[in-house]
Design a protein around this ligand. Structure first.
Ligand code: NDP
Length: 500
């Protein structure tokens, strides 16, 4: 669709379907009934979503197990599985406008970004794992000549996936693409705040030729459907993306049930280090672009800028000026770069953190208020705090909104100490014109991804995940296959002493 077209009218014509997708079809709401799906753009109801319960999860898991045991998908040749995933990627591209509009309606980001980033990256992810799956080889171990030991990877079985609302389609794809590519069956629980695109993706997967019961989506609330999936005794692996608080619960649920493998991709409080020899203008541009992108609702957002005293004033002034160009606007309008935060709860959370920053003595440089209230939606100004200390709430806790905290550092060692002074370890960035210096600092940073003179530049070829409280798993890249496969040794005794 042309960017100048009337997206709002297009979205108004959509009829979002919030019913679960189980066994290759939409199923009517079960005993839990439905709940309302409210658009953060204007506070209006856009759909009813099935409130999945343990019985719905069980129905999906039983079907997924049967499909796996019968080898409906797992036993298809790699080439056939590849073709289905490539077809699904193509269907995502064909339905890009619809998926983008659903994503924007559901969680408030600008539709141009939903389409260009979320939908296109999801399609690329599906295609990449489709392409990768028939190019992986297993191993033969270096055993004595009296044995042949095969080390093979087999699909793990039934994969449970639980995803958040900030990149609903993309997070779904990061889990589902490698899990399906490896031959598993999947039961996914999307966030109650944004379930529509995951449900639509499951429909498209069936259209692409995925057998029934291989990819199921059961929407519902975290403590109901999510918990039932994490506790289910017949789920072999649980891939979770969400907050650290819920991640810790998920690990416990695995221990209370069948010790399913659990992979967690959790929150962050990522540092952005600007050293005294940095290109301050480029650093400010990258920092503003990354912290205000997606309304600040990115797990790897650089929410703590740690800035050398010598460039502090310059950096702060530039970021504050750049913040003006990220003012929230109508997500349907061309040129809008920041939309609405996902719901009223998230709006209140962000405003509470802003109030805490002021109360604890940080300097509000710009922003700090709700805007566009007349629309009925949930919009927050891009906000920058200066003079932030590492012990302040806004420096320690993940805000998940467009709020940047700037922490002054006296020298490089101090900057590194501040950067690592966090329970999180998802991402980090260091800016310096001296590459030796930048790499030395990069080595000292405890984070799953460290950017040097950049931020947010990555793609499907590299792993994504965190150290410490940011989780235990890695999405993306060939490494994701490890999560969704079992390692098997087949030891074959060979006769000794036969002359060649
Ligand atoms: P939550 O932890 O609140 O929710 C994540 C998912 O878990 C949702 O589907 C939620 O359902 C579900 N859930 C909630 N409670 C339970 C429970 N008791 N048992 C099982 N499932 C449950 O996180 P948010 O949705 O608020 O997402 C934001 C968080 O995700 C941030 O911390 C962010 O940093 C992190 N994130 C991490 C990424 C990474 O790759 N490391 C990427 C993207 C986000 P429901 O929505 O219905 O409550």
């Amino acid at each position: 669709m042309d960017g100048a077209r009337d997206w709002q009218a297009y979205a108004a014509g959509l009829k979002p379907d919030g019913r679960a997708w189980i066994g290759g079809q939409r199923v009517p709401p079960g005993p839990g009934g439905v709940f309302d799906c409210i658009s953060p753009i204007d506070g209006r109801k856009i759909a009813e979503i099935s409130r999945g319960q343990a019985t719905d999860i069980d129905q999906a898991v039983v079907g997924a197990r049967r499909a796996f045991a019968e080898g409906r998908w797992a036993n298809r040749s790699p080439r056939e599985r590849k073709q289905v995933l490539l077809r699904l990627a193509e269907l995502v591209r064909i339905h890009a406008d619809e998926l983008a509009a659903l994503e924007t309606l559901d969680m408030g980001k600008p539709v141009a970004l939903s389409r260009a980033v979320d939908v296109m990256s999801a399609a690329q992810c599906l295609a990449w794992y489709g392409e990768a799956l028939d190019k992986r080889y297993d191993e033969i171990a270096p055993t004595p000549r009296t044995a042949l030991a095969l080390v093979t990877r087999e699909p793990i079985g039934v994969v449970g996936a639980i995803v958040p609302w900030n990149y609903p389609l993309l997070m779904t794809s990061w889990k589902v693409a490698p899990a399906l590519a490896a031959g598993n069956s999947v039961v996914l629980k999307p966030s109650e705040k944004a379930a529509l695109t995951a449900l639509r993706l499951a429909e498209l997967a069936c259209e692409a030729g995925l057998p029934e019961h291989v990819f199921n989506v059961v929407p519902g609330l975290g403590p109901e459907a999510g918990q039932a999936l994490a506790l289910h005794p017949d789920v072999d692996c649980l891939a979770f993306t969400g907050s650290t608080r819920t991640g810790k619960q998920i690990v416990q649920f695995a221990g209370q049930s069948n010790l399913k493998r659990v992979y967690t991709e959790l929150g962050g409080k990522s540092p952005f280090l600007v050293l005294d020899d940095a290109d301050v203008e480029a650093a400010a541009r990258a920092c503003a672009g990354a912290i205000f992108f997606n309304q600040g609702e990115s797990c790897n957002a650089p929410s703590r800028a740690v800035v050398h005293a010598r460039v502090l004033e310059d950096f702060t002034a530039r970021v504050a000026e750049l913040a003006q160009s990220y003012q929230p606007g109508d997500p349907w309008t061309r040129g809008t770069v920041m939309g609405a935060v996902v719901d009223r709860i998230q709006l209140d959370t962000v405003l509470r953190y802003i109030a805490a920053g002021r109360q604890e003595g940080a300097r509000l440089v710009t922003g700090g208020a709700r805007v566009r209230e007349d629309t009925g939606g949930f919009y927050v100004q891009p906000t920058v705090f200066g003079a932030v200390r590492s012990d302040m709430t806004i420096a320690r806790e993940e805000i998940f909104g467009p709020v940047l905290s700037i922490l002054p550092a006296t020298d490089v060692a101090h900057a590194v100490a501040l950067a690592n002074d966090t329970p999180y370890g998802l991402a980090a960035s260091v800016w310096s014109r001296d590459l030796d210096r930048a790499l030395t600092v990069a080595r000292a940073l405890r984070a799953g991804t460290v950017h040097v003179n950049s931020y947010d530049e990555d793609d499907i070829t590299v792993p994504f995940g965190g150290y410490k409280d940011s989780g235990t798993g890695r999405d993306k890249s060939l490494h994701a296959f490890d999560k969704y496969t079992e390692l098997k040794t087949t030891w074959i005794r060979l006769p000794a002493g036969i002359a060649p």
